[in-house]
Design a protein. Structure first.
Length: 363
Protein backbone atom coordinates (compact mmCIF):
# COMPACT_ATOMS: atom_id res chain seq x y z
CA UNK A 1 0.00 0.00 0.00
CA UNK A 2 1.30 3.45 -0.84
CA UNK A 3 1.59 6.00 1.97
CA UNK A 4 -1.39 7.98 0.67
CA UNK A 5 -3.58 5.68 -1.42
CA UNK A 6 -6.62 7.02 -3.24
CA UNK A 7 -9.64 6.25 -1.06
CA UNK A 8 -12.44 4.69 -3.11
CA UNK A 9 -16.17 4.53 -2.50
CA UNK A 10 -18.10 2.18 -4.82
CA UNK A 11 -21.81 2.66 -5.45
CA UNK A 12 -23.64 -0.59 -6.07
CA UNK A 13 -21.79 -3.59 -4.61
CA UNK A 14 -23.08 -7.08 -3.83
CA UNK A 15 -20.74 -9.53 -2.07
CA UNK A 16 -21.39 -12.37 -4.51
CA UNK A 17 -22.42 -10.97 -7.90
CA UNK A 18 -22.53 -7.93 -10.14
CA UNK A 19 -20.12 -5.90 -12.24
CA UNK A 20 -18.46 -4.18 -9.29
CA UNK A 21 -17.67 -7.51 -7.63
CA UNK A 22 -16.63 -9.21 -10.88
CA UNK A 23 -14.37 -6.50 -12.31
CA UNK A 24 -13.79 -3.47 -10.09
CA UNK A 25 -13.02 -5.01 -6.71
CA UNK A 26 -10.38 -7.49 -8.02
CA UNK A 27 -8.78 -4.71 -10.04
CA UNK A 28 -8.60 -2.33 -7.08
CA UNK A 29 -7.26 -5.08 -4.81
CA UNK A 30 -4.38 -5.61 -7.25
CA UNK A 31 -3.27 -1.97 -7.08
CA UNK A 32 -1.54 -0.48 -4.00
CA UNK A 33 -2.43 3.05 -5.18
CA UNK A 34 -6.03 2.47 -4.06
CA UNK A 35 -7.91 1.47 -0.93
CA UNK A 36 -11.63 0.64 -0.86
CA UNK A 37 -12.99 2.61 2.09
CA UNK A 38 -16.74 2.67 1.44
CA UNK A 39 -19.37 0.59 -0.32
CA UNK A 40 -23.07 1.17 -0.83
CA UNK A 41 -26.10 -0.97 -1.62
CA UNK A 42 -29.80 -0.19 -1.23
CA UNK A 43 -30.09 -2.96 1.38
CA UNK A 44 -28.08 -2.39 4.56
CA UNK A 45 -27.38 -6.07 5.22
CA UNK A 46 -25.89 -6.46 1.73
CA UNK A 47 -23.85 -3.27 2.10
CA UNK A 48 -22.48 -4.56 5.42
CA UNK A 49 -21.70 -7.99 3.98
CA UNK A 50 -19.91 -6.41 1.00
CA UNK A 51 -17.89 -4.10 3.25
CA UNK A 52 -16.85 -7.02 5.44
CA UNK A 53 -15.91 -9.24 2.51
CA UNK A 54 -13.93 -6.60 0.63
CA UNK A 55 -12.32 -4.85 3.58
CA UNK A 56 -14.09 -1.51 3.32
CA UNK A 57 -14.42 0.70 6.40
CA UNK A 58 -18.11 1.43 5.86
CA UNK A 59 -21.15 -0.11 4.21
CA UNK A 60 -23.80 2.48 3.40
CA UNK A 61 -27.43 2.11 2.39
CA UNK A 62 -27.66 5.51 0.67
CA UNK A 63 -25.59 7.30 -1.93
CA UNK A 64 -25.72 10.51 0.10
CA UNK A 65 -23.87 8.85 2.97
CA UNK A 66 -21.16 7.48 0.70
CA UNK A 67 -20.49 10.65 -1.33
CA UNK A 68 -20.35 12.78 1.82
CA UNK A 69 -17.91 10.46 3.59
CA UNK A 70 -14.69 12.47 4.11
CA UNK A 71 -12.80 9.20 3.82
CA UNK A 72 -13.71 8.89 0.10
CA UNK A 73 -11.66 10.60 -2.63
CA UNK A 74 -12.95 8.80 -5.73
CA UNK A 75 -16.56 7.74 -6.20
CA UNK A 76 -17.05 4.79 -8.55
CA UNK A 77 -20.47 4.42 -10.16
CA UNK A 78 -21.12 0.81 -11.25
CA UNK A 79 -24.93 0.61 -11.30
CA UNK A 80 -27.31 0.55 -14.27
CA UNK A 81 -27.16 3.48 -16.68
CA UNK A 82 -30.58 5.02 -15.81
CA UNK A 83 -29.20 5.89 -12.34
CA UNK A 84 -25.96 7.52 -13.51
CA UNK A 85 -27.21 11.11 -13.83
CA UNK A 86 -28.58 11.24 -10.29
CA UNK A 87 -25.59 9.53 -8.67
CA UNK A 88 -22.86 11.38 -10.58
CA UNK A 89 -24.62 14.69 -9.85
CA UNK A 90 -24.67 13.90 -6.12
CA UNK A 91 -21.00 12.89 -6.09
CA UNK A 92 -19.90 16.01 -7.95
CA UNK A 93 -22.04 18.12 -5.65
CA UNK A 94 -20.13 16.60 -2.72
CA UNK A 95 -16.85 17.61 -4.36
CA UNK A 96 -15.68 14.11 -5.26
CA UNK A 97 -13.71 12.84 -8.21
CA UNK A 98 -15.66 10.36 -10.34
CA UNK A 99 -15.09 7.13 -12.23
CA UNK A 100 -18.37 6.22 -13.95
CA UNK A 101 -19.01 3.10 -15.92
CA UNK A 102 -19.88 3.54 -19.58
CA UNK A 103 -22.36 4.62 -20.90
CA UNK A 104 -22.10 7.88 -18.99
CA UNK A 105 -25.78 8.68 -19.44
CA UNK A 106 -28.96 7.34 -20.98
CA UNK A 107 -28.54 9.87 -23.76
CA UNK A 108 -26.33 12.66 -25.05
CA UNK A 109 -28.22 15.33 -23.11
CA UNK A 110 -27.57 13.64 -19.76
CA UNK A 111 -23.89 13.06 -20.62
CA UNK A 112 -23.45 16.71 -21.55
CA UNK A 113 -25.06 17.78 -18.27
CA UNK A 114 -22.68 15.65 -16.20
CA UNK A 115 -19.66 16.82 -18.16
CA UNK A 116 -20.68 20.47 -17.74
CA UNK A 117 -21.12 20.03 -13.99
CA UNK A 118 -17.73 18.31 -13.68
CA UNK A 119 -16.10 21.23 -15.48
CA UNK A 120 -17.92 23.71 -13.26
CA UNK A 121 -16.74 21.87 -10.15
CA UNK A 122 -13.25 21.41 -11.65
CA UNK A 123 -13.22 17.76 -10.63
CA UNK A 124 -11.32 14.80 -12.05
CA UNK A 125 -13.47 12.47 -14.15
CA UNK A 126 -12.87 9.13 -15.80
CA UNK A 127 -15.24 7.06 -17.92
CA UNK A 128 -15.26 3.27 -18.07
CA UNK A 129 -14.05 2.85 -21.63
CA UNK A 130 -11.63 0.26 -20.32
CA UNK A 131 -11.34 -1.58 -23.62
CA UNK A 132 -8.70 1.05 -24.41
CA UNK A 133 -6.68 -0.65 -21.69
CA UNK A 134 -6.67 -4.13 -23.23
CA UNK A 135 -2.98 -5.04 -23.85
CA UNK A 136 -3.75 -6.22 -27.40
CA UNK A 137 -5.36 -2.85 -28.20
CA UNK A 138 -2.36 -0.98 -26.77
CA UNK A 139 -0.03 -3.22 -28.81
CA UNK A 140 -1.93 -2.50 -32.04
CA UNK A 141 -1.96 1.21 -31.24
CA UNK A 142 1.82 1.19 -30.93
CA UNK A 143 2.24 -0.86 -34.12
CA UNK A 144 0.09 1.60 -36.07
CA UNK A 145 1.89 4.57 -34.53
CA UNK A 146 5.28 3.06 -35.39
CA UNK A 147 4.29 2.57 -39.04
CA UNK A 148 3.66 -1.19 -39.17
CA UNK A 149 0.76 -0.74 -41.61
CA UNK A 150 2.01 2.49 -43.17
CA UNK A 151 -0.84 4.86 -43.96
CA UNK A 152 -4.18 3.44 -42.86
CA UNK A 153 -6.47 2.87 -45.83
CA UNK A 154 -9.42 1.15 -44.18
CA UNK A 155 -10.65 -0.63 -41.07
CA UNK A 156 -13.35 -3.30 -40.97
CA UNK A 157 -15.19 -4.52 -37.86
CA UNK A 158 -17.41 -7.54 -37.27
CA UNK A 159 -18.87 -8.09 -33.80
CA UNK A 160 -21.54 -10.04 -31.96
CA UNK A 161 -23.80 -8.67 -29.25
CA UNK A 162 -24.03 -11.98 -27.34
CA UNK A 163 -26.99 -11.27 -25.01
CA UNK A 164 -29.09 -9.62 -27.72
CA UNK A 165 -29.90 -12.92 -29.41
CA UNK A 166 -32.39 -15.76 -29.08
CA UNK A 167 -32.48 -15.63 -25.28
CA UNK A 168 -31.99 -12.97 -22.62
CA UNK A 169 -31.79 -13.06 -18.83
CA UNK A 170 -34.41 -11.15 -16.86
CA UNK A 171 -31.74 -8.87 -15.40
CA UNK A 172 -30.96 -7.60 -18.92
CA UNK A 173 -34.53 -6.94 -20.06
CA UNK A 174 -34.01 -3.21 -19.45
CA UNK A 175 -31.44 -3.23 -22.28
CA UNK A 176 -34.25 -3.85 -24.77
CA UNK A 177 -35.52 -0.31 -24.18
CA UNK A 178 -33.35 2.07 -26.21
CA UNK A 179 -34.23 5.00 -23.94
CA UNK A 180 -32.33 3.31 -21.07
CA UNK A 181 -29.09 3.80 -23.01
CA UNK A 182 -27.81 0.25 -22.52
CA UNK A 183 -28.62 -1.51 -25.80
CA UNK A 184 -26.24 -3.39 -28.10
CA UNK A 185 -25.51 -0.05 -29.78
CA UNK A 186 -24.65 1.66 -26.49
CA UNK A 187 -22.57 -1.10 -24.87
CA UNK A 188 -20.66 -3.70 -26.96
CA UNK A 189 -20.74 -1.74 -30.20
CA UNK A 190 -19.69 1.51 -28.50
CA UNK A 191 -16.86 -0.17 -26.57
CA UNK A 192 -15.58 -1.78 -29.76
CA UNK A 193 -15.78 1.38 -31.84
CA UNK A 194 -14.03 3.41 -29.14
CA UNK A 195 -11.24 0.83 -28.75
CA UNK A 196 -10.76 0.65 -32.51
CA UNK A 197 -10.46 4.41 -32.88
CA UNK A 198 -8.08 4.49 -29.91
CA UNK A 199 -5.90 1.82 -31.54
CA UNK A 200 -5.87 3.83 -34.75
CA UNK A 201 -5.06 7.07 -32.91
CA UNK A 202 -7.84 8.71 -34.89
CA UNK A 203 -11.37 10.07 -34.74
CA UNK A 204 -14.27 9.80 -37.12
CA UNK A 205 -14.70 12.69 -39.54
CA UNK A 206 -18.12 11.47 -40.69
CA UNK A 207 -20.39 8.51 -40.09
CA UNK A 208 -23.76 7.08 -41.01
CA UNK A 209 -25.61 4.11 -39.62
CA UNK A 210 -28.58 1.86 -40.11
CA UNK A 211 -30.24 -0.08 -37.28
CA UNK A 212 -32.70 -2.91 -37.73
CA UNK A 213 -34.38 -5.86 -36.03
CA UNK A 214 -34.00 -9.31 -37.53
CA UNK A 215 -35.73 -10.75 -34.46
CA UNK A 216 -39.17 -9.55 -33.40
CA UNK A 217 -39.27 -11.57 -30.16
CA UNK A 218 -36.77 -12.86 -27.62
CA UNK A 219 -37.09 -15.65 -25.04
CA UNK A 220 -36.60 -14.86 -21.34
CA UNK A 221 -34.14 -17.44 -20.01
CA UNK A 222 -35.69 -17.87 -16.58
CA UNK A 223 -39.33 -18.25 -17.67
CA UNK A 224 -39.32 -19.16 -21.35
CA UNK A 225 -41.70 -16.28 -22.00
CA UNK A 226 -41.42 -14.53 -25.36
CA UNK A 227 -41.19 -10.73 -25.16
CA UNK A 228 -40.90 -8.10 -27.91
CA UNK A 229 -37.36 -7.47 -29.14
CA UNK A 230 -37.54 -3.68 -29.25
CA UNK A 231 -33.83 -2.78 -29.43
CA UNK A 232 -31.95 -3.27 -32.72
CA UNK A 233 -30.06 -6.53 -33.14
CA UNK A 234 -28.36 -5.42 -36.37
CA UNK A 235 -26.06 -2.39 -36.57
CA UNK A 236 -24.48 -1.42 -39.88
CA UNK A 237 -22.13 1.57 -39.89
CA UNK A 238 -19.95 3.29 -42.47
CA UNK A 239 -17.69 6.26 -41.97
CA UNK A 240 -14.49 8.09 -42.78
CA UNK A 241 -11.56 8.69 -40.45
CA UNK A 242 -9.80 12.05 -40.18
CA UNK A 243 -7.24 10.99 -42.81
CA UNK A 244 -9.97 9.89 -45.21
CA UNK A 245 -9.60 6.15 -44.52
CA UNK A 246 -12.82 4.13 -44.70
CA UNK A 247 -14.41 2.43 -41.69
CA UNK A 248 -17.11 -0.21 -41.87
CA UNK A 249 -18.74 -2.11 -39.01
CA UNK A 250 -21.45 -4.74 -38.61
CA UNK A 251 -22.65 -5.90 -35.20
CA UNK A 252 -25.10 -8.79 -34.95
CA UNK A 253 -27.18 -9.85 -31.95
CA UNK A 254 -26.37 -13.17 -30.26
CA UNK A 255 -23.38 -15.27 -31.27
CA UNK A 256 -22.35 -16.52 -34.70
CA UNK A 257 -21.26 -20.03 -35.66
CA UNK A 258 -18.66 -18.30 -37.80
CA UNK A 259 -16.90 -15.01 -37.05
CA UNK A 260 -17.78 -13.45 -33.71
CA UNK A 261 -15.18 -10.73 -33.44
CA UNK A 262 -12.81 -9.38 -36.07
CA UNK A 263 -11.06 -6.03 -36.58
CA UNK A 264 -8.94 -5.69 -39.72
CA UNK A 265 -6.71 -2.70 -40.44
CA UNK A 266 -5.48 -2.37 -44.00
CA UNK A 267 -2.57 -0.03 -44.79
CA UNK A 268 -0.12 0.89 -47.50
CA UNK A 269 2.68 -1.14 -45.89
CA UNK A 270 0.91 -3.89 -43.97
CA UNK A 271 -2.22 -5.31 -42.38
CA UNK A 272 -3.28 -6.13 -38.82
CA UNK A 273 -6.09 -8.37 -37.60
CA UNK A 274 -7.49 -8.70 -34.07
CA UNK A 275 -9.82 -11.62 -33.37
CA UNK A 276 -11.55 -13.25 -30.43
CA UNK A 277 -13.85 -16.27 -30.13
CA UNK A 278 -16.28 -14.15 -28.14
CA UNK A 279 -18.39 -11.29 -29.30
CA UNK A 280 -16.64 -8.00 -28.63
CA UNK A 281 -13.44 -6.38 -27.53
CA UNK A 282 -14.22 -6.23 -23.81
CA UNK A 283 -14.26 -9.97 -23.15
CA UNK A 284 -10.70 -11.11 -23.81
CA UNK A 285 -9.22 -14.11 -25.62
CA UNK A 286 -7.51 -11.95 -28.24
CA UNK A 287 -5.19 -12.97 -31.05
CA UNK A 288 -3.22 -10.36 -33.00
CA UNK A 289 -1.99 -11.24 -36.49
CA UNK A 290 -0.10 -9.16 -39.00
CA UNK A 291 1.84 -9.11 -42.23
CA UNK A 292 3.99 -6.62 -44.13
CA UNK A 293 5.23 -6.65 -47.71
CA UNK A 294 5.29 -10.22 -49.07
CA UNK A 295 4.79 -11.86 -45.66
CA UNK A 296 2.00 -14.31 -44.94
CA UNK A 297 -0.36 -13.31 -42.16
CA UNK A 298 1.08 -14.62 -38.87
CA UNK A 299 0.47 -14.25 -35.16
CA UNK A 300 2.14 -11.37 -33.34
CA UNK A 301 2.57 -12.13 -29.65
CA UNK A 302 1.63 -9.23 -27.40
CA UNK A 303 4.90 -8.46 -25.54
CA UNK A 304 4.99 -8.97 -21.79
CA UNK A 305 6.07 -5.34 -21.50
CA UNK A 306 2.36 -4.48 -21.76
CA UNK A 307 1.61 -4.67 -18.05
CA UNK A 308 -1.16 -7.12 -17.15
CA UNK A 309 -0.91 -6.39 -13.39
CA UNK A 310 -0.75 -10.11 -12.71
CA UNK A 311 -4.45 -10.37 -13.59
CA UNK A 312 -5.72 -12.97 -16.05
CA UNK A 313 -7.05 -11.88 -19.44
CA UNK A 314 -10.60 -10.53 -19.23
CA UNK A 315 -12.65 -7.80 -17.63
CA UNK A 316 -10.67 -7.39 -14.40
CA UNK A 317 -7.42 -7.04 -16.32
CA UNK A 318 -8.60 -4.19 -18.54
CA UNK A 319 -10.41 -2.51 -15.64
CA UNK A 320 -7.26 -2.86 -13.53
CA UNK A 321 -5.09 -1.25 -16.21
CA UNK A 322 -7.70 1.53 -16.49
CA UNK A 323 -7.41 2.08 -12.73
CA UNK A 324 -3.61 2.20 -12.95
CA UNK A 325 -3.96 5.03 -15.46
CA UNK A 326 -6.44 6.79 -13.18
CA UNK A 327 -3.92 6.53 -10.35
CA UNK A 328 -1.24 8.09 -12.54
CA UNK A 329 -3.60 10.91 -13.53
CA UNK A 330 -4.69 11.65 -9.96
CA UNK A 331 -1.32 11.24 -8.28
CA UNK A 332 1.15 12.33 -10.97
CA UNK A 333 -0.89 14.70 -13.10
CA UNK A 334 -0.79 12.64 -16.30
CA UNK A 335 -3.66 12.51 -18.80
CA UNK A 336 -3.98 8.83 -19.64
CA UNK A 337 -7.62 8.11 -18.84
CA UNK A 338 -10.66 8.75 -21.02
CA UNK A 339 -12.74 11.52 -19.42
CA UNK A 340 -16.35 12.67 -19.40
CA UNK A 341 -15.41 14.79 -22.42
CA UNK A 342 -14.48 11.61 -24.30
CA UNK A 343 -17.77 10.09 -23.18
CA UNK A 344 -19.72 13.01 -24.61
CA UNK A 345 -17.90 12.67 -27.93
CA UNK A 346 -18.77 8.97 -28.13
CA UNK A 347 -22.38 9.65 -27.15
CA UNK A 348 -22.51 12.17 -29.99
CA UNK A 349 -21.32 9.56 -32.51
CA UNK A 350 -23.93 7.07 -31.22
CA UNK A 351 -26.62 9.72 -31.60
CA UNK A 352 -25.74 10.10 -35.27
CA UNK A 353 -25.64 6.33 -35.83
CA UNK A 354 -28.79 5.79 -33.80
CA UNK A 355 -30.78 8.19 -35.94
CA UNK A 356 -30.97 5.23 -38.31
CA UNK A 357 -31.78 7.31 -41.33
CA UNK A 358 -28.85 6.03 -43.39
CA UNK A 359 -27.70 9.57 -44.11
CA UNK A 360 -24.10 10.64 -43.73
CA UNK A 361 -23.57 13.07 -40.85
CA UNK A 362 -20.44 14.88 -39.77
CA UNK A 363 -19.37 14.30 -36.14
Amino acid sequence: MTSNPIKVGIIGVHPDKGWATTAHVPALKALPQFRITAISHNKQEIADASALKFGADRGYVTTDELVNDPNVDLVVVTVKVPHHLELVTKALGAGKSIFSEWPLGMNLRDAEAMNALAKQKNKFTAIGLQTRSVPAISFIRDLVKDGYVGDVLSVSIIGSGIIWGEEINESYLYTLDMTNGASMLHVPFAHTLDATLFALGSRLASVRGTLSNSRSMVRVAETGKQVPFTAPDQIVVGGLLENGAALSAHFRGGLSRGTNFHIEINGTAGDLILTSPVGYVGLGGFTVRGARGDEQMHELQVPQTYDRLGIEDGFSQSVGIAYSRIASDMLAGTHLSPTFEDAVNLHRVLDVIGSGNGERCDV
